[in-house]
Design a protein around this ligand. Structure first.
Ligand SMILES: Cc1cc2nc3c(=O)[nH]c(=O)nc-3n(C[C@H](O)[C@H](O)[C@H](O)COP(=O)(O)OP(=O)(O)OC[C@H]3O[C@@H](n4cnc5c(N)ncnc54)[C@H](O)[C@@H]3O)c2cc1C
Length: 333
């Protein structure tokens, strides 16, 4: 059986391993847009802060994937899926035929229409490449401006704080809030950040960013102009769904899957941050964001692609640690 997997993150690679463990004769190809061996995305901040080396990020070396008999098309991107003829076309025009396909393309930070024109002035913070670029700039940076919300923002604020940078955090929300399982912490979140020396501006919006001498000028609707050496901004994290265009695969925010991680199109599965999974209790779809969830979904999708019939049970709470504080999150929804 031919299996094609789009995405070499934790969901995609775990699925490939699970297929091989169930069916050693399976022919598996992983397509991975990034140039690196699969890495632990959740540790990027540790790498930025020099707490770990680049090599420690890798969770599956290129050799170990090859040794398992799995083909890995690194640095290539799936552009088009034809579900009728069951093939995937890559950006280099190669065509891969599949019997079963997994979409494990993850998510990505997104900018709304106001900030999109200023993309060239905004430092991205999602991939290993982003962090490698950032690390090179870090020594020359003192003042950082971060516009956004949610855990990914808090994760970045924590890293910049750990690096001893001067940080201003701007959020559209009227208060600094996170979707926490224990909402009690939210009431003190602003004070928590301010105690760490982070300037917090709430209820405001960045409207423009321009180059000003060797710095950036950040215009906001209420607070006025701010100046920084680097600007980070995103408005939301969104599942990556571009490759399902014109396939008929149903989507809302993410790719809709049932509890067995099957999409609405036969023999196509989705797992990890790109998937929105049916939640029987809510009778609605839910993105079960986060590393351990993507790993488990990858395992189950892989076993189901190899003939299993397993159900994924949504975990509503995710534990993590920010600036020494243990928190439990209800991520996304
Ligand atoms: C800075 C940071 C800190 C985080 N901290 C935590 C944490 O503390 N705890 C936690 O649980 N989670 C954390 N996360 C989230 C966690 O890393 C993700 O939930 C997890 O990586 C999702 O795995 P995934 O395999 O679904 O997607 P991803 O890791 O996003 O991998 C998907 C891969 O698919 C590739 N791809 C996309 N489209 C295509 C295409 N068309 N063709 C080929 N390849 C494609 C992408 O380039 C990407 O490499 C953090 C994330 C970031 C960025």
């Amino acid at each position: 059986m031919n299996h094609v997997i789009i995405g070499a993150g934790i969901a995609g690679v775990t699925a490939a391993q699970a297929i091989k463990e169930t069916d050693n004769d399976a022919d598996i190809v992983i397509i991975g847009k990034e140039d690196f061996a699969p890495y632990r995305r959740y540790l990027l901040s540790e790498f930025l802060c020099d707490s770990i080396a680049k090599a420690d990020l890798t969770f599956a070396s290129v050799e170990s994937i090859k040794d398992m008999g799995i083909k890995f098309r690194r640095g290539q991107s799936a552009r088009l899926i034809n579900p009728t003829e069951k093939w995937v076309q890559l950006d280099n025009n190669d065509v891969l035929h599949y019997d079963r396909l997994l979409i494990a393309a993850g998510g990505q930070p997104n900018l709304g229409h106001v900030l999109r024109p200023f993309l060239k002035h905004i430092q991205r913070y999602y991939t290993l490449k982003d962090v490698m670029v950032l690390k090179k700039k870090m020594a020359g940076i003192r003042k950082c401006i971060v516009f956004g919300e949610g855990f990914s923002c808090l994760d970045l604020l924590a890293s910049l704080y750990n690096l001893g940078k001067d940080v201003t955090f701007i959020t559209k929300r009227e208060s600094v809030e996170l979707p926490l399982a224990e909402p009690g912490f939210n009431s003190g979140l602003r004070e928590f950040l301010e105690e760490k020396g982070i300037e917090v501006i709430t209820g405001d919006q960045v409207t423009a960013i321009s180059k000003f001498r060797s710095h950036f000028r950040v215009m906001t609707s209420k607070h006025g102009d701010l100046y920084g050496d680097i600007v980070f901004a995103w408005e939301q994290y969104k599942p990556y769904t571009a490759c399902i265009k014109d396939t008929g695969i149903e989507k809302k925010t993410g790719i809709l899957v049932n509890e067995r991680l099957e999409t609405s199109v036969k023999d196509i599965y989705a797992a990890g941050d790109c998937a929105q999974i049916f939640h029987p209790a809510l009778q609605d779809y839910w993105i079960n964001f986060g590393w351990p969830n993507a790993l488990e979904q990858g395992e189950i999708a892989g076993r189901n692609m190899a003939g299993g019939n397993e159900v994924y049970n949504i975990h509503e709470v995710l534990a993590f640690n920010i600036m020494g504080k243990e928190l439990k999150a209800r991520w996304w929804e």
